[in-house]
Design a protein around this ligand. Structure first.
Ligand SMILES: *Cc1c(COP(=O)(O)O)cnc(C)c1O
Length: 394
């Protein structure tokens, strides 16, 4: 059959008959021990525990394979490994590609715990990390050392939203044979497919939009042919596994990702446009907006945007933002994003940058636009910003 449109693929992905047994969803297989029907079958399966055949609970069951296969299909990869959190997927992907003595490059706009892993664990095991300007593009080649083996990108950055020139970075990395790992959480598998551009591993915090309901922690890493065996082998050695119940929830979330994402996108664009005209707002850090660094690259490479963006305020400081964010009716404060609910968090990028300077003088607020009515959300923001203005003038 011809290649299907993405919304069709979201419905059909991973639904192999041998896993679903004729019902719509794969059953939740809770398993530690899997029973072999004979000694010869036990020997046979032991030869290739990575095959999608029951072997031992930790190596997966049809519930896991259905989810992993669905993500592999959407990301156009060779295979996918699942992890108990998004950060476990990031660290699992990096560990698959480095050894002691290597040098790696990570974007300065990376998710903070990714930096924490590099500056802590990786440093201890003798891997050196340099951070690069997310807008570096092809000039990343000037940062390569003789022992550079991995480039870790995240585009756009999930706090400051610089969009990276992934094709240029990948081309430079290929020249020296380095692996490119990209944290694709913001884009989901629907808005960007980094493996098609030549990246080696595409990572998702499944916790965010794929799960979509703020009730699971999970990560995935999808690799190309060159990298998948290494990735899976490393995950097996580290004993990474997820519960079948969570895999079923992630698969349930995945089915509606297309319609949810369209609504997140539409509402976020409407609210960002409203904020852009507000007297207290300085900059809109949303890739679809022209003054967002890397906007032209976003327009070239991405199929759309999601509900996560930031704004900077013209005046006040972080202490003042309490007046704005406390007591909002619909926007709540909390980490993570990608669920059905709206969130707002003041976040200071100066605390997690080393290669570039964060120059905005006013505080930054990160917003996740949920599935509430966009006009109700605007009313909530309007009230909060009025409170903020009154506080600064009072
Ligand atoms: C949340 C997030 C992660 C980590 O996911 P967890 O499931 O919270 O560990 C990684 N990368 C990005 C871009 C994220 O937003």
């Amino acid at each position: 059959m011809a290649k299907k449109q993405i919304d069709t693929e979201l419905v059909t992905a991973g639904r192999k008959k041998e896993w679903t047994h004729g019902i719509v969803n794969p059953p939740i297989y809770r398993a530690s021990t899997c029973l072999f029907s004979s000694y010869s079958e036990m020997l046979e399966r032991s030869k290739n525990p990575a095959a999608q055949k029951l072997f031992y609970g930790r190596k997966g069951t049809p519930t896991h394979w259905a989810l992993a296969d669905a993500i592999t299909g959407l990301e156009h990869g060779e295979g996918t490994t699942l992890y108990p959190s998004g950060i476990a997927a990031v660290t699992g992907a990096i560990l698959a590609c480095v050894k002691s003595g290597d040098h790696i490059l990570i974007t300065d706009s990376a998710y903070q715990p990714t930096r924490g892993f590099a500056d802590g664990f990786l440093k201890t095991m003798g891997v050196e990390t340099s951070y690069y300007d997310p807008l570096v593009g092809a000039d990343i080649k000037n940062l390569f050392k003789s022992n550079t083996t991995v480039v870790v990108t995240e585009t756009p950055g999930s706090l400051t939203f610089e969009v990276q020139d992934l094709p240029a970075i990948i081309a430079a990395a290929k020249d020296i044979g380095a692996y490119v790992i990209t944290d694709n959480t913001w884009a989901t598998p629907l808005l960007l497919n980094p493996l098609d551009m030549g990246a080696d591993i595409s990572v998702h915090a499944v916790t965010k939009y794929i799960g979509g309901h703020s009730d699971i922690m999970m990560g995935s890493a999808t690799a190309n042919k060159r990298t998948f065996k290494k990735l899976q082998h490393t995950a097996f050695q580290l004993g990474q596994t997820v519960s079948p119940d969570d895999a079923a929830l992630a698969l349930r979330g995945l089915r509606t990702l297309g319609v949810r994402l369209k609504q997140h996108e539409e509402s976020a664009l409407k609210i960002a446009a409203w904020l852009a005209d507000h007297a207290e707002i300085d900059q809109i850090l949303h890739p679809a907006f022209e003054n967002c660094p890397g906007h032209a690259i976003w327009a070239r490479d991405f199929a759309g945007s999601c509900g996560l963006f930031s704004v900077t305020l013209k005046r006040g400081d972080y202490a003042d933002t309490a007046v704005l964010v406390d007591d909002m009716e619909l926007f709540k404060m909390g980490f993570s994003w990608g669920g059905y609910e709206s969130l707002i968090t003041p976040s200071d990028p100066r605390t997690c940058r080393t290669a570039t300077q964060w120059t905005s003088s006013g505080p930054l607020l990160r917003l996740h636009i949920g599935l509430e009515d966009a006009d109700d959300l605007i009313t909530d923001l309007d009230t909060a910003l009025k409170r903020y203005s009154a506080h600064l003038e009072g």
